[in-house]
Design a protein around this ligand. Structure first.
Ligand code: UDP
Length: 237
């Protein structure tokens, strides 16, 4: 797969459907896949954080989350034409799991959040096979590993926040029977109905960041990563 590289960080120029197609082929070939969402904040952090850069570049699919990556691709004549968000990618993967009768495990978030998320997912994807779940505050890591092994999960969503979830996946994927791993950040909270996504108007016009800023003005500092990122991209070759 050809990747695009922004400031040393790889991004896969694929749509949801293309990612699903490649993951399906890899499952058939018995290969593991890891999915990580990439945004300007993570790319900027990777400039001084080699571990994070290694986590991103070491993943199988770096999906272009965040409108900033899209703009960078436009500026550099790349092939990324639409956003691929972590939360929507999870929806596509759940659909794939349903179609292929894959067993899905959910690890992360608070107990009441992960259970509510599963309840809503079972409503939206009635044929989904839930292999099991663990909340993200369980301290006994061996217990979690054994639970996932015994569940014979094929697909695992890890919601511990970034980069904690990606580090966990990197450190444990060889011990697990799982074929598809995705670090999903706050997505269980979204599926549980605790976090609203931005209204369609904001999402369709690349203005999700503006909606977030209006709702949570203290995100301003985090969002400065976007202009900084675009400025650095413009200066780079
Ligand atoms: N979380 C967890 N265990 C921890 C820390 C965080 O399960 O030790 C969960 C937290 O409850 C929330 C998610 O991880 O559901 C983090 O979401 P956030 O939106 O902060 O992640 P981001 O997408 O910003 O990385």
């Amino acid at each position: 797969m050809n990747k695009e590289t922004y400031l040393g960080v790889d991004v896969a120029p694929l749509t949801y459907k293309q990612v699903i197609k490649e993951i399906t082929q890899r499952i058939d070939q018995n290969e593991q896949s890891t999915v990580i969402a990439v945004n300007p904040e993570k790319i900027m952090k990777s400039q001084s954080d080699e571990t994070l850069r290694g986590l991103i570049n070491g993943s199988t699919f770096q999906i272009p989350d965040g409108v900033g990556v899209l703009l960078a691709s436009k500026l550099k004549g790349g092939q990324i034409h639409s956003r691929v968000t972590g939360v929507e990618m999870m929806g596509y993967l759940l659909h794939l799991a349903e179609q292929k009768s894959l067993r899905v495990f959910f690890y992360g978030a608070k107990e009441e959040v992960v259970t509510k998320a599963i309840e809503n997912i079972q409503h939206d994807y009635p044929n989904i096979i839930v292999a099991g779940y663990e909340n993200g505050y369980e301290q006994d890591n061996n217990k979690i590993i054994t639970h996932i092994q015994e569940s014979e999960a094929d697909m695992l969503f890890v919601a511990l926040g970034s980069p904690k979830q990606e580090l966990w996946i990197r450190d444990h994927k060889d011990q697990l029977p799982v074929k598809v791993f995705q670090g999903v950040g706050g997505s269980f909270d979204v599926y549980a109905g605790n976090v609203e996504r931005a209204p369609e108007f904001f999402r369709n016009n690349g203005l999700e960041w503006l909606y977030r800023l209006i709702k949570e003005p203290k995100r301003f500092k985090r969002q400065l990563a976007l202009p900084k990122f675009l400025f650095t991209i413009l200066k780079s070759k």
